[in-house]
Each structure stands twice: as C-alpha cells, then as structure tokens.
Design a protein around this ligand. Structure first.
Ligand code: IPE
Ligand code: IPE
Ligand code: MG
Length: 246
C-alpha cells in the first residue's frame, strides 16, 4: 500500500490526536495507565512512518490543557511515562534523523520532564529530517491567548499598529511559528471533534478520523491509508473544482 503513495504530494504537516488509550485498556480489563504504556509503540510507528515517507512536520497531541483535570494518579503516571519514554527513544530519533521540539505551556510540566525534554531537544537539534513536535500542556485556545498577549505587547511598545496586524502577524506569534499549517489531521478512537487542538493551524486541514482503532493499535499501514486518502481528496480552499490546476 505504501508504494501507492505519491511522494511528490505529501502533506507537509501531519497532526495527530492520539486518542483511545483508556478505552483500549478497559476493553482488556486493565487500568487506563496500561493503555498509555502501550501507546509508545504507536508513537514510534507514526514517527518512523513519517520519517520514511519524508514528511517534514509531525505534531502529536500528547497532553492537553484540559487533561490537567484528570485524576492525579493518571496525570502522575503520564508524566512519569513521558520522562522514561523520551530518554528511551533518543536512539530511535537519532537513527531516523528526527529533530524533537515542543509546543505548549511546558513550564507547567514537572521539572524531571522538562529536563528530559531539554536534553532530547539538545541532542537532536542538528537532525535535518522530520521535525517531531510534541504538544504538551497545549490547547488551541491557550496558543491564541499567548499570541494575543505577544501582539498586544508589541502594540503597546509602539512596534506595531493595530492596522498592521494581519494573518502573518498571528502566524508568527503562535507556538507553531515558522511551521506550515496542518495539511492532514488524524484522530484515532472515533470521536469526531477537535478537542481544543490547533484551532488556527487546522483551518484547512483534511480531517481523517479512524473510528475503529484506538491509539495503542495504530501502525504504519494506518498512516499509509490516511496519506492515500488525503491524496484522493480535492482541496479547493474555497474555489471551485474547475479552477484547480490538475
Ligand atoms: C489519549 O487517550 C491520551 C491522552 C489524552 C493523554 P485517552 O486517555 O483520552 O483515552 P480514552 O479516550 O479515554 O479512551
Ligand atoms: C485529546 O484527547 C487530547 C489528547 C489526545 C492529548 P481527550 O481524550 O482529552 O479529548 P476529549 O476530552 O475526549 O475531547
Ligand atoms: Mg480520550
């Protein structure tokens, strides 16, 4: 199936809402945390898959602002898992020439997480392949609030007038500065919603929701299928079919 993918028409930026870990575990009669632990393999598959294809940017929704509202036990387990996983995955990132970065309010993460992240970002900073972006303590509304604050400060300082504010001003103030908008958004677990993910950056993303797969079961063939479906879509950006260059 991978051979059918047109490498000249890849999504530049793929974003994933990795959902369904808890339900996956429940189905097996296990605790939710068991699902989170089994999600690592899927993260590796999607990362390697994107690197193999030559996709430039992959954003993984790893922990949302709203997820802070979960039971403390689950949050603690997730943070611990994050620390161990980042450290363990560094060789895989290096092998695949992947550069790691984050978006989100990372200062709210435990110090041990921040340290591991900083170290992994430092070690991978010269890698030139896939840019893997972990959205951590992230939400679309948080991103827009932060961007608005930055822009307001520039206006207050007299560096910018309100009339000069355009889409580029906002693009540059968002956490995704310098990264193209999302072309393809994949969500596992069957819920048809955005869950406060990248609200601005998803403006014209093609949505691909997998109804019958929970995140821990996601494998490379699911990615190939998503990219093939994306390539079969007609992206009109408000225009009509006849206007598109074929
Ligand atoms: C996604 O799986 C992982 C995180 C949000 C951290 P969930 O934990 O939301 O699993 P479900 O959706 O409850 O099954
Ligand atoms: C979205 O999943 C957040 C992440 C995958 C990190 P949720 O499970 O938190 O979303 P809702 O609550 O079902 O919308
Ligand atoms: Mg969920």
């Amino acid at each position: 199936m991978k051979e059918l993918i047109d490498l000249s028409n890849l999504p530049r930026h793929i974003a994933v809402i990795m959902d369904g870990n808890g339900r996956w575990a429940k189905q097996k009669g296990a605790a939710r945390v068991f699902g989170h632990r089994n999600a690592i393999k899927a993260v590796r598959e999607v990362t390697e898959g994107c690197a193999e294809l030559g996709v430039k940017h992959l954003t993984l929704y790893t922990f949302s602002t709203e997820n802070w509202g979960r039971p403390k036990l689950e949050i603690d387990a997730l943070m611990q898992l994050l620390v161990h996983t980042i450290r363990a995955e560094i060789p895989t990132l290096m092998e695949n020439n992947v550069r790691l970065s984050t978006i989100g309010d990372t200062k709210t993460l435990p110090g041990s997480c921040r340290n591991e992240l900083d170290e992994a970002m430092r070690l991978t900073e010269n890698n030139t392949g896939l840019n893997l972006i972990l959205a951590l303590s992230y939400s679309g509304k948080w991103d827009l609030v932060e961007a608005t604050r930055k822009i307001a400060a520039q206006v207050k300082a007299g560096l910018l007038s309100p009339e000069q504010i355009d889409e580029d001003t906002i693009n540059q103030a968002l956490a995704t500065e310098g990264i193209p908008d999302v072309d393809l958004m994949i969500r596992t677990g069957g819920d048809h919603r955005i869950s406060n993910f990248m609200l601005w950056q998803l403006a014209y993303a093609e949505l691909y929701i997998i109804n019958d797969v929970f995140w821990p079961d996601f494998r490379k063939p699911h990615l190939w299928e998503a990219v093939l479906t994306y390539q079969g879509r007609e992206r009109r950006f408000g225009k009509i079919s006849e206007q598109l260059v074929k």
